[in-house]
Each structure stands twice: as structure tokens, then as C-alpha cells.
Design a protein around this ligand. Structure first.
Ligand code: GLU
Length: 319
């Protein structure tokens, strides 16, 4: 029988795991502040990890800019050694081998065009669900195809329901085969994929609380499955409502006014921005300039709204 650890004796370990594909913007700052508040208000630790798996999209200078932006914001982290995913390939190799040894992984030769054919099954959020084409290849076919192109590696996801209770969106249930299909865990260029790396890192860092955007809500399902098969405890999840523009699009890098480079030029310090975000997070009825440490004693996780939040294009003019 496995020993049950009571929740109260388990210290909260939260984290922020940005992908340094550009400068932070309002959405990233909102996620970082929410994750920091959730971990700190529970008396826990807050860890930082840099998710720069793709070295082309994520140059080192961007990561250094994120560290300096977080310092400017007053969002502090407790791990002196920050893991960079680009330096952890050997760690991922080890766990990847565990999965291949269990026959849970197969090579996939499908091109992008083959995957996106019109009749490919789609999940409710529009993602293409892989039809399992290469799972059925014989050993001989694999040998032949390997001569033509380097395969990606897919993890078999079983016809299993994964259920969890999200801290913001409540009870969730996803069927791995129907909602995801077999996922790529290593790209054909050898780079390990987000779903595998994030799970291994959260597991090894002892993360107990994951706070991030609701665009990753359904990703919790394959990640919980990966935690199980790799032998880690799964964390608790809280997915945050997305920040959107008036036309319903997600706030993105192209929204220049939301870029922290621009905002730092406009503002005397981080307080007006942090107070505005505290208001978005439902913690203040109207924005007022506050430091992160001033928001902490006010913070109540239950007040985070359960719906997407519209950000006016000129929001910064009123900070
Ligand atoms: N690196 C991901 C991003 O910046 C976040 C991953 C996660 O929080 O699980 O979007």
C-alpha cells in the first residue's frame, strides 16, 4: 500500500516557466504574478525555469531579459540555479529511454502536410488529433522509411479518461486517445517536445502547484499521464483566464502596447502595472499602484475570475 501524504504537511512549490521567444508581455507578467501570489500566499516556494527547448526561437539574450524584467517587477524566485531546458537534454534522454524500453514510443514519419489533411480528426479546440498512422508500420517499413527521413517520436496515449479539479475551472475530464491522440515527445531534429520536458522538470523540481494560462488546460491531461508513467506525483493545477483583445483574439507579442519594453518606457516603476494586474486577477475593485509584496496579503485565489478578460488596446494610458 502506498503511504498517503496529507496535503497540509506538503509544502507548496509553485513555478513560472516562460519560453523566452521574445520580451515578456502583459499576459506573461499576469501569469508570473498570479503564480508567485499562489505559491507565496500558501507559504510555499516559487521556482523559475527557462523553457528554451528550441534554441533558434529562444536565444539566451531573451532569457536574460526575462530575469531582469522579473527583478524590475519585484517577482522573486527561490532557486539560485535556474534550470535551462536547452541544457537538460541528457536528463530528458534518460526518461525518454524509460518510455522506449516500455514500448510506449514509436517513430513517426508523417509530414506536416500529411497531418493536416482536411479529414484529420480535430479536438474541440481545433488541434489535429493524430490518427495513429505510423503506429501500424511494420519493422520492415520503419527500416525503409528511416532511409528517407528522420522520424519524430510519438508516445502512445491510451483510451483512458484523465480527471482532475482545476483551481479556477473546476472538475475537468479528458480522454487521452480522443482528445489528444499519440503525442510527439521528440521532434525529428532531436529536440525534445514541451509535453515531455515540462513533465520531467516539474517532477524533478518537486513542483506541487502549476499556475499558467488556460490555453494549457487540456495539456494537463497528457502531463498527468506522463507523471504517472514516469513515477512522479502530479501537481495541482490552476489555469488562468486568458487576456484577450476586443475582437476576441489572444493578447500576443504583436500587441506592442502590451510589451514590457514599451511599458517600462512609459512607467515610473512597476507598481501601476502590478496594481492593474491585481485588478484583472479580481483582487482589487479598482487599480492602484502596488508592489508585488503589497498585493500578497490581499490575495485570495478564489477571487480569480473564471472567464477570459478583455484588455483595451490603450490600457496603458490609464496606468
Ligand atoms: N513555457 C510555456 C509558455 O511560456 C509554459 C509552460 C507551462 O507553464 O507549463 O507558454
Amino acid at each position: 500500500m502506498t503511504k498517503k501524504v496529507s496535503i497540509s504537511s506538503q509544502k507548496t512549490i509553485g513555478r513560472f516557466a516562460p519560453s523566452p521567444s521574445g520580451r515578456m508581455h502583459l499576459g506573461n507578467i499576469y501569469t508570473a504574478l498570479a503564480a508567485w501570489l499562489c505559491a507565496k500566499s500558501a507559504g510555499g516556494k516559487f521556482l523559475l525555469r527557462i523553457e528554451d527547448l528550441d534554441p533558434v526561437r529562444c536565444p539566451r539574450a531573451n532569457a536574460e531579459q526575462i530575469l531582469s524584467d522579473l527583478e524590475w517587477l519585484g517577482i522573486t524566485w527561490d532557486n539560485p540555479d535556474i534550470p535551462y531546458q536547452s541544457e537538460r537534454t541528457a536528463v530528458y534522454e534518460k526518461y525518454f529511454k524509460q518510455l522506449t524500453d516500455k514500448n510506449l514510443v514509436y517513430p513517426c514519419f508523417c509530414s506536416r502536410a500529411q497531418l493536416h489533411v482536411a479529414d484529420a480528426p480535430h479536438a474541440s479546440d481545433g488541434r489535429v488529433v493524430y490518427a495513429g498512422t505510423c503506429r501500424r508500420l511494420t519493422a520492415e517499413e520503419v527500416r525503409e522509411k528511416t532511409k528517407q527521413r528522420k522520424p519524430a517520436a510519438r508516445l502512445i496515449l491510451p483510451d483512458t479518461e484523465i480527471s482532475f479539479c482545476d483551481g479556477c475551472y473546476g472538475p475537468q475530464s479528458f480522454n487521452l486517445a480522443r482528445d489528444w491522440g499519440d503525442i510527439i515527445i521528440r521532434r525529428s531534429d532531436g529536440v525534445f517536445a514541451y509535453q515531455l520536458a515540462v513533465t520531467i522538470d516539474d517532477g524533478l523540481m518537486g513542483v506541487t502547484q502549476v499556475v499558467r494560462g488556460s490555453d494549457l488546460l487540456s495539456s494537463a491531461a497528457p502531463q498527468i499521464y506522463l507523471f504517472q508513467i514516469l513515477g512522479f506525483d502530479a501537481p495541482e493545477y490552476l489555469h488562468l483566464p486568458m487576456l484577450i483583445t476586443h475582437d476576441g483574439a489572444r493578447l500576443a507579442k504583436r500587441d506592442k502596447a502590451a510589451d514590457l519594453g514599451f511599458l517600462r518606457e512609459q512607467l515610473p516603476g512597476p507598481e501601476p502595472l502590478l496594481g492593474y494586474i491585481a485588478c484583472l486577477l479580481g483582487q482589487l475593485s479598482k487599480p492602484e499602484p502596488l508592489k508585488a509584496t503589497d498585493i500578497l496579503p490581499l490575495f485570495n485565489q478564489k477571487k480569480i475570475p473564471g472567464h477570459d478578460i478583455i484588455i483595451p488596446g490603450n490600457f496603458w494610458e490609464n496606468l
